[in-house]
Design a protein around this ligand. Structure first.
Ligand SMILES: C[S@@+](CC[C@H](N)C(=O)[O-])C[C@H]1O[C@@H](n2cnc3c(N)ncnc32)[C@H](O)[C@@H]1O
Length: 237
């Protein structure tokens, strides 16, 4: 199946908006659960413009980055051309049955990638296939239970339909400019956990980084809510 690279249309904006930042709570949480990767072969799945790939390489991992968006990978490769870290970037659908055939990795990262990937079982099958037994998958997500935050951030599920309605949708919240353009796949927490277990990738460690401090000081009625979800899973075998 040929998949549409939705990020091609927002590549310039995505790079301007996100750039090389690693200090947002989800990304920092993911890098915290990745830990020491010196000398490890790591696949950065849905690597985008390569911000996490570069950090893994700076931690002395041997990194392959894969993404569906040729526009984003081109930008990642352009940075690699200027500051060589030895990262192997590829444009491909990480959920395709034959992708990365013959490759073996010690770990896989997926930073804010799963809700953009339409075929959840497909990508998890790939992760399981390319990981050595005992290898890790560390992923971050907008928390599937995130109810939205005022006019600052869109909820995880389509308003009016509710948490249990799964599927791809596009927000209308003006400040969520990326999600307004590319949409997202909403899945419940149990769908994610069951898919991980079902594909031989049970969760070892979970973290729920809280919302940014400036959200909490934005006004009354600001009880912290589930905002990000970070999981470390171990490949059975
Ligand atoms: C929110 S971006 C995250 C990019 C990067 N990991 C980061 O932290 O900035 C989601 C990425 O998933 C990629 N993506 C969506 N479906 C994909 C697929 N089937 N295979 C590979 N990448 C995919 C998009 O092209 C996009 O770059």
């Amino acid at each position: 199946m040929i998949r549409t690279a939705r990020y091609d249309q927002v590549a310039e904006f995505y790079v301007d908006e996100v750039g090389d930042r690693l200090d947002d709570a989800g990304t920092a949480g993911l890098l915290g659960l990745v830990g020491d990767v010196e000398g490890r072969r790591v696949l950065d799945a849905a690597c985008g413009q390569g911000r996490v790939s570069r950090e893994l390489a700076r931690r002395s991992a041997v990194v392959t980055g894969i993404d569906l968006s040729a526009e984003l990978v081109q930008r990642a490769a352009a940075v690699e051309g200027k500051q060589r870290l030895g990262i192997d970037y590829r444009v491909a659908d990480v959920s395709a049955p034959d992708v990365l055939a013959g490759s073996v990795f010690d770990g896989v990262t997926c930073n804010f990638g799963l809700s953009d990937i339409d075929d959840l079982d497909g990508v998890l099958r790939t992760v399981r296939r390319v990981l050595r037994p005992g290898g890790f998958l560390v992923l971050s997500l907008l928390h599937p239970c995130f109810p939205g935050w005022r006019d600052i951030a869109s909820s995880a599920w389509p308003p009016g339909e509710g948490y249990f309605q799964e599927g791809w949708w596009r927000t209308e919240v003006r400040s969520s400019r990326i999600r307004r353009a590319v949409g997202a796949n909403h899945r419940t927490l149990s769908t994610y956990l069951n898919a991980l277990v079902g594909n031989g990738l049970p969760v070892q460690t979970a973290a729920e980084p809280p919302p940014p401090a400036d959200w909490l000081t934005a006004g009354p009625g600001t009880d912290p809510v589930p905002t990000f979800l970070v999981l470390r899973c171990r490949a059975e075998g």
